[in-house]
Write a protein that binds this ligand. Structure first.
Ligand code: ADP
Ligand code: 5GP
Length: 198
């Protein structure tokens, strides 16, 4: 099952996903392609596939993305290959923006949509500053963007409020585990159990 996680920059999406992947087995992270410069703490291939604008545009032309969007002045996209390879192994978490979430929603794929909110605007500002990986003007741009972005929470199935990190991690884990318990997802397992009752 796909889990699409969106929310304003700095609300804690990467941090929460990182913890969930440590706690739960069979959860993979979809590594996006981006033209944004790499942050000091990031690793190519682990956090993103960092590519040039022409490389990204070539991938668009070759229809290699399930979804892509321009966010904060840079391109970001999820490759079809990434989804095809990783979704086979279990649950797959996508950290993408609202435009990307909308594109996934319009496709015939089964996905659960999760929106992450910070407890309040000033805390979002504090987190972006404390992360210390974006220039002040970039932080300003992201905060402006956040004000518009959060209005779209109604598109989502679930909302995780990232006040205390442990709680937010538990909430996303509960959503994933809840997804795994769905009758349609459990059908193959149920069939096996029912066989033993014969
Ligand atoms: P995003 O992926 O949504 O842009 P990050 O995961 O990079 O956000 O988090 C932004 C900053 O906030 C990071 O420095 C992270 O350590 C911090 N952070 C995340 N969750 C919490 C939390 N619940 N309480 C305090 N700080 C947090
Ligand atoms: P950041 O630059 O902080 O890593 O990410 C900025 C925004 O781009 C976040 O909202 C993040 O969810 C989004 N993003 C990351 N990867 C993708 C992607 O593949 N597609 C889309 N549409 N958005 C993405």
């Amino acid at each position: 099952m796909l889990f699409v996680v969106s929310g304003p920059s700095g609300c804690g999406k990467s941090t929460i996903i990182h913890h969930v992947m440590r706690d739960l087995r069979n959860v993979q992270f979809s590594v996006s392609y981006t033209t944004r410069p790499r942050r000091p703490s990031e690793q190519d291939g682990r956090d993103y596939h960092f590519v040039t604008k022409p490389e990204f545009e070539r991938m668009i032309a070759r229809r290699q993305f399930v979804e892509w969007a321009e966010v904060h002045g840079h391109y970001y996209g999820t490759s079809k290959k990434e989804i095809a390879q990783k979704a086979k192994a279990g649950d797959l978490v996508l950290d993408i923006d609202i435009q990307g979430a909308r594109q996934i929603k319009s496709r015939p794929v089964r996905a659960v949509f999760v929106f992450v909110l910070p407890p309040m605007f000033d805390e979002l500002k504090r987190r972006l500053k404390e992360r210390g990986e974006d220039k002040p003007e970039v932080i300003g741009q992201r905060l402006m963007h956040a004000k518009k972005e959060i209005r779209h929470y109604v598109l989502f199935d679930y909302v995780v409020i990232n006040n205390k990190l442990d709680r937010a991690v538990l909430e996303l884990e509960s959503i994933i585990l809840g997804g795994r318990c769905r009758l349609d997802v459990r059908k193959p397992q149920i069939k096996e159990i029912l066989k033993s009752f014969r």
